[in-house]
Design a protein around this ligand. Sequence first.
Ligand SMILES: C[S@@+](CC[C@H](N)C(=O)[O-])C[C@H]1O[C@@H](n2cnc3c(N)ncnc32)[C@H](O)[C@@H]1O
Length: 175
Amino acid sequence: MKKTKGTQTSSFGTNGRVNHDSSKFYNSRLYKELEYNRPVSKEENILPKELENTIIHSSSENMKEIPDNSIHCMITSPPYNVSKEYDRDLSLSEYLMLLTKVFEETYRVLVNGGRSCINIANLGRKPYIPLSDYISQIMIDIGFAMRGEIIWNKASSASPSTAWGSWQIINSIAA
Ligand SMILES: C[S@@+](CC[C@H](N)C(=O)[O-])C[C@H]1O[C@@H](n2cnc3c(N)ncnc32)[C@H](O)[C@@H]1O
């Protein structure tokens, strides 16, 4: 089989990406100060069998039942602190502290290389509160390595008041 020559980071603009060698980019000074350049060694612990497929009725601020380094993926749509029944009318700093406690616990229970997925909405207009920015910074400060952001543009497919997001509408278009 013909061997394809790999591409490298170009000196101007972008070019094709075939067997791309990105070491020039990742070895650049931009990446030198990032915490997650440090090697992390974390042993993986087994989640007790009795915790599988169970719901623990307590605050995620303290997940004492769950051993360190035993979970591979955490997905959350946390409370947004927007006066819903389950919200506690916290100030912005109190609210960010609540999330920080939960995500520090998440960091403790996740294995090295585990993933954390957070579904969050930015709030208000006067002024606009960019919660996603605050949360990204909290995650970076805790030690998580960012993998990306997905922007869910609901405007064209669903009213912001729907509890269903857009899947039901897409479903009915497909039907
Ligand atoms: C935005 S809603 C997400 C609802 C979720 N997508 C569902 O389908 O049930 C936030 C949820 O977080 C829960 N919650 C609030 N504070 C919590 C805490 N400290 N620990 C764990 N869950 C909490 C609320 O009860 C609520 O169900």
